[in-house]
Design a protein around this ligand. Structure first.
Ligand code: NAI
Ligand code: MG
Length: 367
């Protein structure tokens, strides 16, 4: 069996800085745990535009289709703000998601005890929180036709269309139920079946798919109530399944329950490849943070936890993913903080590379 392959796309701004720390961790798993990966690296976003005149070269796209997992840093920055829409850095990321057909976006919202004070909610509401939002990523209102701004009489009308086929709902639902089987066997599906036909179909299809997973407890909730429940009592949820638009909003809301943008990983998964692994892209939720880029201040944990997700969902190394997450937890419990995690004055922040080294030391200590 060939080694599993990883394509690293550091991108722009703090992307390369946080990815350097992830590379150390990938090397650690090779040296200390015998997990060898074939790692290659390429350009995306503004960095790719600078070299190729577009934010993702065709060769890079082709490589992304072949590897077992893509790890991406972040794209964009002020230097590229005036570029034409078609070559903006974000288009590189969108092209990856679109052409790899990554329909299932996994956004964990997990509260590390050491950071529970960081939440805008009361500590006992978020302490121990561990939920996963599964957002359908390739269809729905962001893609539905007709769309556009049209003349209608003597004024203009802006149109977007929420559109879901049964098969699109089904595959997203399956991915949520499969995930639930590996977690606490609970799925809450959110739509607005009370006012939207696409929501009625969503609920119907999810219910049907759920019959294939009799062990999983399925519930349904209107998405507006879901938003309220997320801030009222988030621990009632385990896996939340929802569409592209509601998922965009609900996942950002859930994320902020747990603190800093520098802590939040994500995975975007597609259909299984010939080797059984899903097409997969792992990336931190944050952007390229131009305000702190190049200063060694960025928190690499979001990107490190994205690699932990790769271990779990692409490489079937759940125990090693647990090890990495526990190492992060230990570092935080020990009080190691990058600048974004500083709640009070008087604590000296560590740099990006010091945080990476602290995670490596905690990994060593786990052996
Ligand atoms: P951002 O996530 O880059 O930054 C928002 C704030 O959070 C900034 O103050 C930043 O310093 C801080 N921050 C973010 N990640 C951090 C980390 N790891 N450690 C410490 N602090 C961190 O979002 P913003 O400012 O809206 O966008 C900046 C650029 O990034 C734009 O060009 C935007 O288009 C792009 N972007 C790219 C994304 C991606 O690649 N997936 C996602 C969001 C934005
Ligand atoms: Mg968003």
């Amino acid at each position: 069996m060939p080694n599993p392959s990883i394509l690293i796309l550091p991108g722009d701004g703090i992307g390369p800085e946080v990815m350097t720390e992830v590379r150390k961790i990938i090397t650690w798993f090779g040296d200390k745990r015998g997990l060898q990966f074939d790692v290659s690296e390429d350009l995306v976003g503004g960095a790719a535009y600078d070299k190729h005149g577009k934010p993702l070269a065709d060769e890079t796209m082709a490589k992304a289709q072949e590897v077992d997992a893509v790890l991406l840093g972040a794209v964009g920055g002020p230097a590229y703000d005036d570029l034409d829409f078609s070559v903006k850095p974000e288009r590189g990321l969108l092209r990856l998601r679109k052409e790899m057909d990554l329909y299932s976006n996994l956004r964990p919202a997990q509260c590390f005890d050491a950071l529970a004070d960081f939440s805008s909610l009361k500590k006992d509401i978020v302490a121990g929180l561990d939920i996963m939002i599964v957002r359908e990523l390739t269809s729905g209102v962001y893609f539905g036709e007709p769309r556009g701004i049209f003349e209608e009489g003597n004024e203009r009308v802006g149109i977007n269309t929420q559109r879901y086929t049964e098969s699109e709902i089904e595959r997203a639902a399956r991915s949520a139920f499969e995930l639930a089987m590996r977690r606490n066997k609970k799925v809450c599906s959110m739509e607005k079946a009370n006012v939207m036909e696409s929501g009625i179909l969503w609920r119907e299809v999810v219910t049907r798919v759920g019959k294939d997973y009799p062990e999983v407890e399925l519930s349904h909730m209107y998405a507006d109530n879901g938003a309220m429940q997320l801030v009222r009592a988030p621990k009632q949820f385990d896996v939340i399944l929802t569409d592209n638009l509601f998922g965009d909003i609900l996942s950002d809301c859930a994320a902020m329950l747990t603190g800093s943008l520098g802590m939040l990983p994500s995975a975007s998964l597609g259909a299984p490849m010939a080797n059984g692994r899903p097409k997969a892209l792992y990336e931190p939720v944050h952007g390229s943070a131009p305000d702190i880029a190049g200063q060694g201040k960025a928190n690499p944990i979001a990107c490190i936890l994205s690699f932990a997700m790769a271990l779990r969902y692409s490489f079937d190394q759940g125990a090693e993913a647990d090890r990495l997450e526990a190492a992060v937890e230990k570092v935080l419990a020990d009080g190691v903080r990058t600048a974004d995690l500083l709640a009070s004055e008087g604590v000296e922040p560590v740099s990006t590379s010091q945080m990476g080294d602290a995670v490596i030391a905690a990994l060593d200590a786990s052996l």
